[in-house]
Structure formats: structure tokens, C-alpha cells
Write a new protein. Structure first.
Length: 73
């Protein structure tokens, strides 16, 4: 079994913005809302096509580049 190297919340493949989730799950707003607190930070892994917790992780973790990492030198 491969080791987990990072959490989904910091991975480039993870998307959890409420607007994105409501756009790909059109019925979500009928039941509740992606803006609701029960969703916490759950989101979608675009690499594995899975809805999961931001605290999850896997061996395919790829760090997302943050604006602070792109300072011009």
C-alpha cells in the first residue's frame, strides 16, 4: 500500500468551492447547499473522481501552488 503524502485540501486535484460543487451537482442546492456547514470542507478529487473530506489524502498528492509561492525573483 502506498503512503499518503499530503491532505486533499492542499492538493492541486482537489476542488471544494461551493460554486464549483453546485455547478457539477445541480441538485445539491435543492437538498441543501454547498455553502452549508454540514459539508465542512468536503470536495471533489478531480484525479480520482471522488467526493471526499479535505482531511483525506493519497499517494497521488500534488501540492497546489499558492500565490505566496509565485513571487517574482
Amino acid at each position: 500500500m502506498a503512503a499518503t503524502t499530503g491532505k486533499c485540501r492542499a492538493c492541486i486535484h482537489f476542488r471544494n468551492s461551493p460554486a464549483f460543487l453546485e455547478s457539477i451537482f445541480p441538485g445539491m442546492s435543492a437538498m441543501s447547499s454547498a455553502w452549508g456547514s454540514t459539508r465542512a470542507e468536503d470536495g471533489l478529487c478531480l484525479k480520482h473522481d471522488r467526493y471526499l473530506s479535505a482531511d483525506s489524502g493519497c499517494a497521488d498528492f500534488t501540492p497546489a501552488v499558492s500565490p505566496a509561492d509565485t513571487v517574482e525573483r
